[in-house]
Design a protein around this ligand. Sequence first.
Ligand SMILES: [Zn+2]
Ligand SMILES: [Zn+2]
Length: 165
Amino acid sequence: MRLDLREIINIPGSGVSFDYEPDLSNTSYGSVKGVKSPSRAAGSIRNSAGVLRFDADVDAVLLCTCARCLKDFEYPVSLRIQTMLTESEQDEEDPDVFLLEGDFADVDDIIVTDFILNLDQRFLCSEDCKGLCEKCGADLNNGPCSCKLNTDPRLAVLGQLLENE
Ligand SMILES: [Zn+2]
Ligand SMILES: [Zn+2]
């Protein structure tokens, strides 16, 4: 979605609002495999003393891979995206600033870019996910695997030490 800023670009105190469904379906990044549709973005662009401030609340459901057990799961997120928009090429190097295309703001571009920047790097299906057995690959959330049961108690102590490292 592109927003026309001609009405606000020279008028401090003015603003435009938006509330729509951004297409984040092509977002994949690290352990995020995708984003379920629809997502929602609501916010505004305001002229604050001559500076254009972009604010948006984005609600989306990520399709993630658990960092421990590698299971895919859905993870709802709510992110607040805040950035500034500029017409000046000089500010283009600044990662917190977006360049306007003439008098228009490409809201999709801003949201997709900042959405990825704000995401966590690592996701767990649950805080106490037990992960996979290093030996047999069994999902330990489904109960102990047979290697755990057969482990020599002295090795179990060693395993404990390694886990605590
Ligand atoms: Zn897990
Ligand atoms: Zn095992």
